[in-house]
Design a protein around this ligand. Structure first.
Ligand code: PRX
Length: 647
């Protein structure tokens, strides 16, 4: 029996409790049929709940594969996150409750946030940033990161957040691709008790980023983190903020003006800048935050993602703030200083909704139930999962040990490109099955298609989206062609290819099976095999490399790199460590290979293409598939024997 069939034999299911249903926003399954009948009217109703400075004349203009939503509408994202609340009782409601890893804490009300965003927007203007300019943000998870994003949005500048765990080179490449004019960074951040010296890494990047004119540095550390400030270029955030004017009008933006660029890994060596625009994106994140998390005004919402990823953009910043929610932000690691840090945070702030990743849940499982049991988690009423397939065991463990069996679990499928959650339960309606993301959100149409594009009724295939949705990406920055070829060319120009495999069961439930392209999902992070391969061959001793994933109990997948070295290079354990460190230095620690396997040769077709499929079989310990197209079939048998010996 295959792993997938075993998954589909999962026959446990969970109805929303009567108690949960009684208070839920959406309990009528009719919403699906209504949205299906008239998706534009469905989205339009959410759009009407936001503040627009000019109304749209058409909901959708769809010229496949290019969509425009809320055509002619004018809207500002920052005003919808802030101004729309400060005129109400929410003015003094906590917007962010933040905790740093060392234990420092801050709370910002909507009014505090509004003030600081206006001030920083004025700072940006003063430094010459205007509408359409790109601003790169390379920060720890501190409120100033959200402040900087909202300040950009306020004046119509486009933010490009680069996750603080990325290397100087990754930062440099992203800055250069976006041609950012200004960088906001910090002296450092805290991770597992250590300081991540962000400014120092930024300085390395800045040596080769001619488009950057100014750098603003947030002082995060309380012990002095040594920082070099370059005269004429670098300024301290707190000095610029001191005395900056406290109001700043929000620029009315066209619904289709760019809100942000966020880089993500794809099937080539170079990450792509996913472009999101303003109106449709806001409608998508607003609607899904409200319905998927059944958000209420007294909720304390904690999405544990770093803002450097799309999950943080949509469900730490734009989704919850447009809804006027109280959002918890935590800077550091879940096991610092102890393995109950998350549960301590839930208890301390009375978190009601927790949204985290399967990798974290699997780590919690391994650490044992004594850690959540130590804390009072009774405030929780809803649990979410995102980023990778969740195995039923982890789902059930989460439900029992974190959710006390009373909280619905929403397993939400989506991507950087989709902008918002697309396949998910609605917690007041859906009977959930552990391991299944269940069904498309109302208004979304998904299909499982065969390679040839034939819809699969029950069974496995490729996940496709067959209708545009408001928060969908509008392009790849600077590469319009790749947008078309990457996403809209597999079958036809109006069908979006997700890159994921999926299976449909008899009830029409979706079971996500992971990537089917050269993208790996390691601990919920998206990593392109080609990026890691390029980093490896950049090392002077490496001749060739091929990177594949192998199943890993906690991280979902581990990175397994097959490497051939140049003539005369001596193979050693030390060299493997050197190569791992090299990749971490080039891309960031998240891309550090778990295994380096030195091979005499890599299996290639007669035309010279490396057959990764066979390497995957080797890494997964599977029987080898068809090897007849190989130039030299003995290569792969030798490799397999070697791998088994080493494993
Ligand atoms: O393979 C899918 C997986 O994560 C990919 C998207 O990664 P990224 O753009 O980094 O966004 C992650 C957070 C939205 C998808 O192509 N993925 C995401 N959520 C799930 C998932 N796989 C299975 N189940 C999920 N709930």
């Amino acid at each position: 029996m295959s792993e997938i069939d075993a998954l589909l034999r999962e026959d446990r299911s969970f109805e929303p409790s009567a108690e949960f249903r009684a208070g839920a926003h959406v309990t009528d399954p009719e919403v699906y049929a209504r949205a299906e009948k008239d998706p534009e009217a469905f989205w339009e109703a959410f759009a009407r709940e936001l503040d627009w400075t000019a109304p749209w004349t058409r909901v959708l203009d769809w010229k496949p594969p290019h969509a425009q939503w809320f055509v002619d509408g004018k809207i500002n994202a920052s005003a919808n996150c802030l101004d729309r609340h400060i005129g109400t009782w929410r003015r003094n409601k906590a917007a962010f409750i933040w905790e740093g890893e060392p234990g420092d804490r801050r709370t910002l009300t909507y009014f505090d946030l509004y003030r600081q965003v206006c001030q920083f927007a004025n700072v940006l203007k003063d430094l010459g940033v205007g509408k359409g300019d790109r601003v790169a943000l390379y920060m720890p998870l501190v409120p100033e990161l959200a402040i900087a994003m909202l300040a950009c949005a306020r004046i119509g500048a486009v933010h490009s957040v680069v996750f603080g765990g990325f290397s100087a080179e990754s930062l440099r490449d992203r800055i250069n691709d976006a041609q950012a004019r200004l960088l906001v960074t910090a002296d450092g951040g805290y991770r597992r008790g250590a300081i991540v010296p962000l400014k120092k890494m930024a300085d390395e990047a800045l040596a080769e980023t001619p488009s950057i004119e100014h750098v603003v540095v947030v002082r995060r550390g309380y012990a002095d983190i040594p920082v070099h400030m370059k005269e004429g270029r670098d300024r301290w955030y707190h000095e610029l903020m001191d005395g900056a004017p406290i109001t700043c009008p929000a620029e009315p933006m066209d619904a289709e003006d760019m809100l942000y660029i966020l880089y993500t890994s794809g099937t080539t060596g170079k990450p792509k800048g996913i472009v999101h625009t303003t109106g449709g994106y806001l409608v998508g994140v607003y609607a899904t935050t409200k319905w998927v998390f059944d958000l209420r005004d007294d909720d304390v919402f904690w999405c544990t993602a770093d803002i450097g990823w799309v999950t943080g953009h949509s469900y730490v910043v734009y989704g919850p703030l447009t809804n006027g929610a109280t959002v918890v932000m935590y800077e550091g690691a879940p096991d610092w200083p102890e393995k109950d840090r998350f549960w301590q945070i839930v208890e301390r702030y009375g978190v009601t909704i927790l949204y985290t990743a399967p990798t974290a849940i699997r780590a919690f499982m391994r650490w044992g139930t004594q850690w959540p049991a130590k804390r009072d988690l009774s405030s929780l009423r809803l649990l979410g999962s995102v980023g990778e397939p969740i195995n039923p065991e982890a789902w059930v463990w989460y439900h029992l040990n974190v959710g006390g069996s009373r909280c619905p679990v929403v397993d939400t499928w989506w991507q950087t490109e989709t902008g918002c959650i697309l396949i998910t339960p609605l917690p007041g309606i859906t009977r959930t099955k552990p391991g299944s993301a269940t069904q498309p959100f109302p208004g979304i149409t998904a299909q499982v298609l065969s390679e040839k594009g034939v819809p699969v009724q029950v069974g496995g295939g490729l996940l496709a989206l067959t209708r545009p949705w408001p928060a969908m990406l509008r392009g790849i920055y600077g590469d319009p062609e790749r947008y078309v070829t990457q996403y809209w060319s597999r079958w036809s120009p109006d069908v979006y290819f997700t890159g994921d495999g999926a299976k449909l069961d008899e009830d029409g439930y979706y079971w996500l099976l992971g990537r089917v392209d050269d993208v790996l999902n390691v601990a919920g992070h998206r990593i392109g095999t080609m990026e890691v391969e390029s980093a490896l061959v950049d090392h002077p001793k490496v001749a060739e490399s091929a990177v594949v994933g192998r199943p890993h109990q906690i991280k979902g997948h581990a990175l397994c790199a097959f490497v051939t070295v140049k003539e005369g290079v001596h193979l050693s354990e030390g060299l493997a460590d050197e190569l791992k460190a090299h990749v971490a230095h080039k891309i960031g620690a998240i891309a550090r290979p778990d295994d380096i396997i030195f091979a005499a040769d890599l299996p290639k077709t007669r035309s010279g293409k490396i057959m990764r499929r066979l390497l995957r079989d080797i890494a997964e310990g599977k029987a080898l598939g068809d090897t007849t197209t190989l130039a030299d079939p003995s290569v792969v048998a030798r490799l397999r024997d070697q791998y088994q010996d080493e494993a």
